[in-house]
Ligand binder design. Sequence first.
Ligand SMILES: [Zn+2]
Ligand SMILES: [Zn+2]
Length: 223
Amino acid sequence: MSFTLAAKKVSSRNMQFNALMLVLPRFTPSTHKMMPIGHTKEFLRMAASNKWLMSSAAYYLDFFTVPLFVALALCIAPLHLGEALAGLLTWSLVEYLVHRFLFHSLYRREHWTHHLDVLAFIGISSWKTSSAYAGLLVLAWLTGLTSAFTGVIVGYFFYISLHYVMHRPEHWAYRFISGLAVNHDLHHRKGVEKNFGVSSPLWDHVFGTYVRAPALSTVEENT
Ligand SMILES: [Zn+2]
Ligand SMILES: [Zn+2]
């Protein structure tokens, strides 16, 4: 490619980027922020990054390795229920904070690919999460916190399973989680910076980011 052609391409990319900056919704965690409606879907599609697209193997691997880690943790030491529940609660907080403060800010473009195509294999590769959990299990073993570890990864397993089902209404388990699915649907389709909790609305209630469908209609009518 000649220098002139390359320069033109860069300049055209810059113009597209500047146009995007004008129309993209900003990250405003404390306010109800509506996405601009209309032609912006195309702009958002352009803003999404395919960096987190992965193979089906990398997506599904966690569903096999996480139960394996739970079994290993239970072989190492007996389960202490209180500690496991504390681990479960810790996971739900991590899930909320990561979604709100990483996926909707620093890694927004990567996460947005999921917002635009809910069935795409998007997220952090199971190879990475499974490696991280293997390291955490060793750490838990050394510190005597295997039950807390079990609670954390059981929470993670709930999260990936529920999230999988809530984007597939035809799934047999969907009817049991329709309330959670509605919450998550609002997070997706209304373009609202709310309802960051996927497996539970607990931390959205705590931090004031929970919104229900009727409340949302009222806000939309007033805007
Ligand atoms: Zn999101
Ligand atoms: Zn989703």
